[in-house]
Design a protein around this ligand. Structure first.
Ligand code: DX5
Ligand code: ZN
Length: 218
């Protein structure tokens, strides 16, 4: 299995202090920062977009921005996110009809490509050619749209199904993941853990990051 990576979700941070919040997480041991981009169409909520990400990448040099694109037309934002300093562009399979071409476009802009599936989407939506082309597969463990929701355990078998088919890929889980729920995700084969509330809401985020990492490495 690829190495464990903890990606705090900035959605749970103080948006008035974004760069400082990212630095705080990196200092606490986070390698990636998870950026939830929502457009008010694919999901009802609106969060942040390329101008905000651009400010963060300038304010936090070297940051790895794992951009989770909860947007209706993911083809439309590849250039803007690349220009803003995005490191990984993860789109939803439900939002596109040609995932392989989109992955190619993401790679042309020198970003890693991720493909996300929502709770009601089967792991078989990730066909062999899509999985082979992608760098990361994201199994949502809540309905996309907001932070702080309850972990949906019935999504976990999809992690195991994808891990069996794609042993070398990064497999990320996102939504309601924290010290209590990380174990089943890691056992199923997830190596990239997104955690918003569990990390930002903790008195000592570095302890939670270390705990999550240890659970995946175990
Ligand atoms: C939900 C987002 C998640 C969310 C995670 O739509 O994709 O990244 O912010 O936050 P928690 O860990 O609080 O569920
Ligand atoms: Zn997310």
């Amino acid at each position: 299995m690829p190495r464990p990576i903890i990606a705090p979700s900035v959605l749970a941070s103080d948006f008035g202090q974004l760069s400082a919040e990212c630095k705080r997480m990196i200092k606490g041991g986070a390698e990636w920062l998870h950026m939830d981009v929502m457009d008010g169409h694919f999901v009802p909520n609106i969060t942040m977009g390329p101008p905000v990400l651009s400010c963060i990448s300038k304010g936090v040099p070297g940051i790895f921005m794992d951009c989770h694109m909860m947007v209706a037309q993911p083809e439309k934002w590849v250039d803007d996110i690349a220009d803003a300093g995005g490191s990984l562009y993860c789109f939803h399979i439900e939002a596109t009809s040609d995932a392989v071409s989109l992955i190619r476009a993401i790679h042309e802009r020198k970003m890693k490509a991720g493909v996300a599936i929502s709770p009601d989407t089967s792991s078989t939506a990730i066909t062999d050619d899509i999985g082979a082309a992608a760098d990361m597969l994201l199994v949502m463990t809540v309905y996309p749209g907001r932070g702080g929701q309850k972990f949906i355990e019935r999504c976990v078998p999809k992690v195991a199904e994808l891990r069996a088919r794609f042993p070398d890929k990064d497999i990320e889980v996102d939504g309601g993941v924290g010290p209590k729920t990380v174990g089943v995700c890691a056992q199923a084969g997830s190596n990239v853990i997104v955690a918003g509330t569990a990390v930002f809401g903790a008195p000592s985020p570095e302890d939670v990051i270390a705990e999550l990492k240890a659970s995946v490495a175990a």
